[in-house]
Design a protein around this ligand. Structure first.
Ligand SMILES: *Cc1c(COP(=O)(O)O)cnc(C)c1O
Length: 458
């Protein structure tokens, strides 16, 4: 018998990134509870939350300190506007975030999700150059296969054709340069493209810097592209080149921030201080929608003036600086300290890579990519030639459905199975989750088992 809530869902809800025709005909999982790194469904089954509830959860679900902080905040105020008023948790969290951010980022603008944090960085960078009298610096550079969110500005600096192509006529013009981590470059045996990509970037900067305001980048990992990892030193060099040509750098740490890579922010791995940093997903420990765009005093000061100077940043959202979200954010940052989250991650990262060696050797695994606890497992039809599976086989989705049947919830991007567990997962749990994943890959790619769903679920 179908769960009545599933019936309601199918009657009324349109899900993100989902072909609803498949959704409506396939059985769905109704999640009623979550605790620690486990999700519980209406039938009493439990699943590991192997993708941190889409890359947001950090310290687990129903984490006492965050629950308490939100309840405590509810005793004061759930939400008051940031337009013209100060809120206690928003001010306190801003200080804490600036303190843990790369040097030079000293001011913080709140919003609600990753896409809005990116929109804000784009608009601030654009307006900065208008104020500075360099009104031709209106364009942006981005990487091919980049993902920065789904609003129109963020899509304009995006480069995933499957998601973005249809909106082309709505988008502003952007310079797209080759990504140094492009898996398909490697397929074509152009493994040395790191240097070529930097040359290409420098050529664009050399020729067009007078019309380019900023470059946006996902530091170290192009996440939605399928966990594509940049070679060491690439980010640092991008920072040097953008400085040299007077182009602002926007680091989109929405996916990689808050410890996922093993450091608080990915930029720290290469000692990079961007001009803007966008953060969201992990900011509240995965509890509430909240985001922030950090920037430098140089940018902030440029916007100062009288009302008549017309330098005000006219941007805001109804829930900007939400008090409950900020209270959760403070509690989450405190847990990083009390639990020594980053220090404890190191052996977990090692344990994961050890387990991944076996998975990497499997017959239909083309490549395993890892940065901290961000892991992508690329499935291929032919290991030698790296020939991909036919798109309509939806092998990534099939493997994820199989893993779910074995008690692990993961979600792929195309044929890349993404594994991104909450940072609080223990070594034993990480090993157990990866064993399940290995079994699922075995059953689907080697034994040919299928979910029987039309094209998988994804
Ligand atoms: C998820 C993501 C976004 C968008 O964040 P939303 O909260 O989904 O709007 C932006 N940039 C990167 C790198 C992301 O991974």
């Amino acid at each position: 018998m179908t769960n009545p809530v599933e019936v309601l869902d199918k009657e009324y809800v349109w899900h993100p990134f989902t072909q609803m025709q498949q959704w409506l005909t396939a059985p769905q999982t109704v999640i009623t509870d979550a605790e620690g790194i486990r999700l519980y469904d209406a039938e009493g089954n439990s699943y590991y939350d192997g993708v941190s509830s889409l890359w947001v959860n950090i310290h687990g679900h129903k984490r006492k300190e965050i629950d308490e902080a939100i309840k405590e905040q509810l005793g004061h105020a759930a939400h008051t506007t940031s337009l013209g008023l100060v809120s206690v948790p928003a001010a306190q969290l801003a200080q804490m975030l600036v303190q843990v951010s790369p040097k030079g980022l000293e001011k913080l603008f709140y919003s609600d999700d990753g896409a809005t944090a990116v929109e804000i960085a784009l608009k601030m960078a654009f307006q900065y150059w208008q104020i500075k009298g360099k009104s031709k610096k209106t364009k942006f550079i981005t990487l091919k296969s980049a993902y920065h969110g789904d609003t129109i500005g963020a899509v304009s600096v995006g480069g995933i054709d499957l998601f973005h192509q249809v909106y082309q006529p709505m988008l502003f013009e952007t310079y797209h340069v080759s990504s140094p981590s492009c898996y398909h470059c490697k397929l074509a045996e152009k493994a040395s493209c790191h240097k070529e990509c930097l040359e290409e970037l420098e050529n664009v900067l050399k020729e067009h810097a007078d019309e380019i305001g900023a470059m946006i980048i996902e530091p170290l990992v192009q996440a939605a592209a399928g966990m594509l990892m940049a070679p060491e030193g690439y980010l640092k060099r991008v920072r040097e080149l953008t400085k040299k040509y007077d182009v602002l750098l926007i680091a989109d740490e929405v996916a990689v921030g808050f410890g996922r890579t093993g450091k608080m922010f990915a930029c720290e791995h290469e000692g990079v201080s961007p001009d803007f940093m966008c953060i969201s997903k992990g900011i509240t420990g995965g509890y509430m929608p909240l985001a922030a765009t950090l920037t430098t005093m140089e940018v902030f000061n440029a916007f100062l003036g009288t009302a008549a100077d017309k330098r005000t940043f006219y941007h805001g959202h109804s829930y900007t600086g939400n008090q409950l979200g900020c209270a959760a954010g403070i509690a989450s940052l405190k847990i990083f300290e009390t639990d020594k989250v980053l220090e404890k991650m190191q052996p977990k990262i090692k344990a994961a890579s050890k387990k991944l060696t076996d998975i990497g050797a499997m017959e239909h695994v083309g490549e395993v990519r890892q940065c901290g606890l961000i892991i992508g497992i690329e499935l291929v039809e032919d290991k030698k030639t790296k020939k991909p599976y036919a798109w309509d086989k939806a092998m990534g989705g099939e493997v994820c459905l199989k893993a779910r049947a074995h008690g692990l919830f993961v979600r792929p991007v195309g044929d890349v199975v993404v594994f991104m567990p909450p940072l609080c997962s223990t070594i034993e749990e990480i090993e157990d989750m990866l064993s399940i994943l290995k079994q699922a890959i075995h059953e689907v790619t080697e034994l040919g088992q299928s979910s029987g769903c039309d094209g998988g679920l994804f």
